[in-house]
Design a protein around this ligand. Structure first.
Ligand code: PEP
Ligand code: MG
Length: 784
């Protein structure tokens, strides 16, 4: 009887014989290897091999004696029994026939990969007796194994790892027989990621459950750091539908700090060392490599027919990427919510620290800084767990915590995965939580404000609304979202919607780019030394490339989230006072007495003072539409005062490669100045659509400053004069067959405005995410 199977001989049906990991590697070796990516070859020592070992050496009967008086309520008893069991296995030699077969498998790998091939030897559990997530990494893995003796020893050690204290305890508690479980061992070519990088890809966004992207994470060195959350990895997204249509562009990237990397040790098997600063400052993968991994992930997902979680590694000796593990993703994939609970923070104390938000909830309680799991800090239910990072043995604490804050780790680290499973908010990768949060103080952990999570001093005021997202019918009038924060785009796509009616570019600039476009181009003109240093650090040596890339990522994330529905992206409409608050912005924006009526909107675009910045905005839009392939993006101009201004801007856009009609490009304008309404017939010749900006239109029709508290009593979008304006605009659009929409705040706040708009026969109403459900219901009722 043969006790080994090569990867070419096994597939997913062979779990009982070769365990989950080996079965999945075999499946991929047979079906994926050399199609989009490589899978290292190897072989499995089967569960029968394990049983044969036990029988041939007489360990099976000895084990029965060891466990005969196992008492799981007595820690010492359990530890002693488990230790004896392990020693039995470690002390015995493998039977000769099994040894021969393992060495024959080794010879075959040496033939394929060269005599000095290094091996990874890892256990592969054969039964459902161990829950996957919390036991991941519990069984041993031996890396860089070379030589026959070392290989046999590693196999035996893997076998013995079936009797770790934890595994014995788990089995006893859940009624599994210690003797009938068996283990398979995988022996494969080791991918030398200790000399390069490694990570995990997911065929969905793990945060929101959004299915149309591949999410790739990676860091330098062996993969354990990313899986365990000991480093904040680099992160990348690739949009599946545009990739499938032939586009090859990364949707967005986020540089992780990658503080340490795991390499092979001299005295110990592996060790972490600081990552050299130059490597931390750059991405561990090129865009081409990210795309190769994404392509492979999509093939693997197609092969298995479900969302997958895939470990990958890059070999530093041959420079190639390999897939080393794949399993179905079960947490995020099941989260296609029909009801979402939206948390809103109403008031909060001082900000203590920030990191990546996990989930969208808010939690509050007494902060307890826990430095190691053994430490007894009197952690009680409802406390906020603050730690450097967490690992599987921390779960008992996480289960009773109201929130988790860590210093290290990215969105797929252990703390993040477990927090998501438990449904508690977590802020990970803060860098400083254990020194800035005071042990014992009350804190609020907020993940309700987008991508970034915040920890505030004291107990904040917050509330939660249940939002049912399943609606049986769609209204005729399109109901769209106003959404400018790329960080909440994926999750917002689950709300019932007909696309995005307004994505304000200035929000994307503030959220995602952070630097004033002109400051990025001319950091030498920034007078404040600390701002200049910060801008130079962020933009590197090519300010234009930085702005275009960041802006394209922000726009692209929103466009991808709602693809193929339309996403109307409005070119920037900061007022000078607001632009000045961007990093480095103060030196590029004049001080104006009336910014609302000043150097804003379309007036800036063809003006010498902003023309360079406008070119960057257009370049980003082109990248999103043409390179990434998100042609669902419609471009919108804000605050177009005069016809010749419209003509000049449209001509400038055409020069910059954004010509209305080319590649199906539609250009809309905001209808928010009385001149837009009065000249609707002339504007209709120039644009594909009009979106009513009721905020500015009210301000300018009634002559009332929309920012002034003093005259707020006169600011009312329901005023007859404003209604008349809106009526003229919608009727004008209809006359010319031009799209009519509205994206000001009025319909989000006032149901009577919604009914009025439906009565006018407007094409689209765009509202804020928190109101879209109620607005949709009002529209449905009004349509009758
Ligand atoms: C508006 O004026 O109604 C509008 C949507 O634009 P903003 O609020 O950005 O000026
Ligand atoms: Mg406006």
């Amino acid at each position: 009887m043969s006790y080994i199977r090569t990867f070419g001989e096994v597939g997913i049906a062979d779990v009982p014989l070769v365990g989950g990991k080996n079965a999945s590697l075999g499946e991929m070796y047979r079906h994926i290897h050399d199609r989009d990516i490589r899978v290292p070859n190897g072989f499995a020592v089967t569960a029968d091999g394990y049983r044969h070992f036990l029988r041939a050496s007489g360990i099976d009967t000895a084990l029965a004696t060891v466990f005969a008086d196992l008492d799981i309520d007595d820690r010492e008893n359990l530890a002693e029994r488990a230790d004896r069991a392990r020693k039995l296995l470690l002390g015995a030699s493998l039977p000769e026939d099994l040894t021969e077969e393992i060495l024959a498998g080794y010879r075959a790998l040496r033939q394929e990969y060269g005599d000095d091939v290094a091996l990874a030897v890892r256990s592969s559990a054969t039964a459902e007796d161990l829950p996957d997530a919390s036991f991941a990494g519990q069984h041993e893995t031996y890396l860089h194994v070379q030589g026959e003796e070392a290989l046999l020893d590693a196999v035996r050690r893997c076998f013995a790892s079936i009797f770790t204290d934890r595994a014995v305890d788990y089995r006893a508690r859940h009624g599994y027989d210690q003797l009938s479980v068996a283990l398979s061992v995988g022996v494969m070519k080791m991918v030398r990621s200790d000399l390069a990088c490694s990570g995990v890809s997911f065929t969905l966004d793990t945060e929101s459950g959004f299915r149309d992207v591949v999410f790739v994470t990676g860091s330098y060195g062996l993969g354990e750091n990313v899986v365990q959350g000991l480093v904040e990895p680099d992160e990348f997204y690739v949009h599946k539908p545009t990739y499938a249509a032939g586009h090859r562009a990364v949707l967005s990237r986020r540089l992780g700090s990658k503080a340490v990397r795991m390499v092979l040790g001299e005295s110990e098997p592996v060790r972490n060392e600081p990552t050299p600063p130059a490597e931390r400052d750059r991405f561990c993968l090129t865009d081409e490599e990210v795309l190769e991994l994404a392509g492979a992930a999509m093939t693997i997902e197609r092969h298995y027919g479900k969302p997958m979680d895939i470990e990958w590694a890059k070999d530093g000796t041959d420079g190639l990427l390999y897939v080393v593990q794949a399993r179905p993703e079960t947490v995020a994939a099941t989260r296609r919510p029909t009801v979402t609970t939206r948390y809103v923070v109403d008031a909060h104390g001082d900000l203590i620290t920030s990191g990546r938000a996990v989930g969208a909830k808010v939690g509050a309680g007494r902060a307890r800084i826990v430095r190691s799991m053994g430490e007894d800090v009197g952690f009680t239910s409802g406390d906020v767990l603050v730690a450097s990072s967490t690992s599987p043995d921390w779960e008992p604490l996480m289960k009773i915590a109201s929130a988790v804050v860590t210093e290290h780790g990215g969105r797929t680290c252990h703390a993040a995965i477990v927090a998501r499973e438990l449904g508690i908010p977590a802020v990970v990768g803060t860098g400083d939580a254990t020194s800035t949060i005071i042990d014992g103080e009350e804190v609020t952990v907020s993940c309700a404000e987008g991508d970034e999570g915040h920890v505030y001093r004291g107990l904040a005021d917050f509330h939660a609304n249940d939002v049912a997202t399943a609606l049986t019918s769609r209204p005729r009038t399109h109901v769209m979202l106003n959404l400018g924060n790329p960080g909440i785009a994926f999750e917002s796509s689950f709300l019932p919607n007909d696309g995005v009616g307004l994505a304000r570019m200035e929000f994307i600039l503030a959220e995602h780019v952070r630097v004033h476009p002109l400051a990025a181009l001319h950091p030498d003109r920034i007078t404040d030394p600390s701002q200049r240093a910060e801008v130079e650090r962020l933009v590197g040596d090519d300010g234009a490339a930085y702005v275009v890339e960041k802006l394209a990522e922000g726009i692209g994330s929103i466009a991808a989230a709602f693809h193929p529905k339309p996403v109307v992206v409005r070119l920037s409409d900061f007022k000078t006072n607001e632009y000045a608050t961007l990093l480095g912005g103060a030196d590029f924006e004049p001080a104006e007495a009336n910014p609302m009526l000043g150097f804003r909107g379309a007036a800036r675009y063809a003006h010498p003072a902003y023309t360079e910045g406008f070119a960057l905005e257009c370049a980003a839009l082109r990248r999103v539409r043409e390179e990434i392939g998100l042609e669902n993006v419609i471009v919108m101009l804000p605050f177009v005062r005069r016809l010749d201004e419209a003509d000049r801007v449209l001509a400038r856009m055409a020069e910059l490669g954004l010509r209305r009609g080319d590649h199906g490009l539609k250009v809309y304008a905001m209808c928010e100045i009385p001149s837009n309404v009065i000249l609707v017939d002339e504007f209709a010749e120039r644009f594909d659509g009009f979106s009513i900006g009721s905020n500015d239109l009210t301000q300018l029709t009634l002559g009332v400053d929309r920012d002034s508290e003093l005259v707020a009593f006169d600011y009312d979008e329901r005023d007859l004069a404003v209604q008349r304006m809106i009526t003229l605009a919608v009727e004008g659009c209809r006359r010319h067959g031009m799209h009519s929409g509205i994206c000001g705040q009025a319909p989000s706040d006032h149901p009577e405005v919604v009914r009025f708009l439906v009565g006018l026969g407007i094409d689209a109403i765009s509202v804020t995410p928190d109101s879209i459900l109620a607005v949709t219901q009002t529209v449905l009722a009004a349509e009758g």
